[in-house]
Design a protein around this ligand. Structure first.
Ligand code: ADP
Ligand code: ZN
Length: 294
């Protein structure tokens, strides 16, 4: 069995794994994202103890440079995370391990993982959105992960914000009340003065949350025409959120698009990741398999 390495580089923790698919992960470790040198060092130490890998895939928090011909390919670039601005991750790992390295966003990796082994098998146009400490999205269009100018930043789209209904100004350091500023976990916590985990299921927080997320999803449905939408991250652990969101998306679309996915079959259209919290790590392994083949 050919083995591949995968790194899910999150703003809070790194997950490193060796394997070839969901049923063949032969080793895995996880540690907090501290300063870059220490974090990269721990990842290298892990991979050096493992059997040989054919390639390494990295799905990273961002913004990142994913353009192969750029001098800063593999860098975490303008992140506000202290110590991590303009840090070479992909290049350092490639030089130290001497194997081909694929480098993409954490959410693009998660989207690829879900397409290979999860909830988006057989689909070529869909996106994966995580609603956690931040909001981020990975997009696949016509079978390819979308990069373009940089990469998608779905969390920072602007959505209508009625300050008479919700006076909370928003938590994004760049935009205040962008989607992430209004609807990520920290916004929930500071608006309602308690963490999302402890808000009861019938709390008005959840209808407002579903409203903001549905506004964003309707924008994305109109722009991308996704065949399915996968919603992950800590906030989506609230089971009541899926039905609220499905109804609100239908209400906002108002019958304009007459396809089963948006009508009776919406439960199979807005779905959780089939790989659970392993989409990013397995997606990184899928990235490694792609770069090894190329
Ligand atoms: P990260 O985004 O850092 O990778 P998570 O996806 O777990 O990690 O997101 C953490 C955020 O999600 C926190 O703001 C936390 O309060 C919120 N969160 C985690 N679990 C739940 C839950 N069960 N219900 C509501 N919010 C949650
Ligand atoms: Zn923003």
């Amino acid at each position: 069995m050919t083995l591949y390495g995968g790194i899910e580089s999150g703003g809070t923790k790194w997950v490193c794994a060796v394997g070839s698919g969901p049923d063949d992960v032969v080793a895995r470790t996880s540690f907090p994202t501290t300063q870059p040198e220490e974090t990269l060092g721990r990842a290298l130490a892990f991979f050096r103890q493992q059997p040989e890998i054919a390639a390494l895939g990295i799905g990273s928090f961002g913004p990142v440079d994913v353009h192969r011909d750029s001098p800063t390919w593999g860098f975490v670039t303008t992140t506000p995370k202290p110590g991590w601005t303009n840090i070479d991750v992909g290049g350092v790992m490639q030089r130290a391990l001497g194997v081909p390295v694929a480098f993409d966003t954490d959410v693009n990796a998660a989207a690829l993982g879900e397409q290979r082994w999860g909830a988006a098998q057989q689909l070529d146009t869909f996106f994966y959105l995580t609603i956690g400490t931040g909001i981020g999205g990975g997009v696949m269009g016509n079978g390819r992960l979308l990069h373009g100018l940089l990469h998608s930043e779905l969390g920072h789209m602007r959505i209508p914000h009625d300050r008479a209904v919700d006076p909370y100004p928003g938590a994004c350091p760049y935009h205040g009340d962008c989607l992430e500023g209004l609807a990520a976990g920290p916004a929930l916590e500071s608006r309602w003065a308690q963490r999302g985990e402890t808000l009861p299921p019938d709390h008005p927080a959840w209808t407002l949350e579903a409203h903001y997320l549905a506004l964003a999803l309707v924008n994305l449905i109109c722009i991308l025409s996704p065949q399915r939408i996968i919603l992950g991250g800590g906030v989506m652990q609230q089971p009541q959120l899926f039905p609220l969101l499905q109804r609100e998306v239908q209400a906002l679309l108002n019958g304009y698009l007459q396809v089963p996915a948006l009508l009776d079959a919406i439960e199979t259209y807005l779905v959780p990741p089939a790989l659970g919290d392993r989409s990013g790590m397995l997606g990184a392994i899928a990235l490694a398999q792609e770069v090894a083949r190329s």
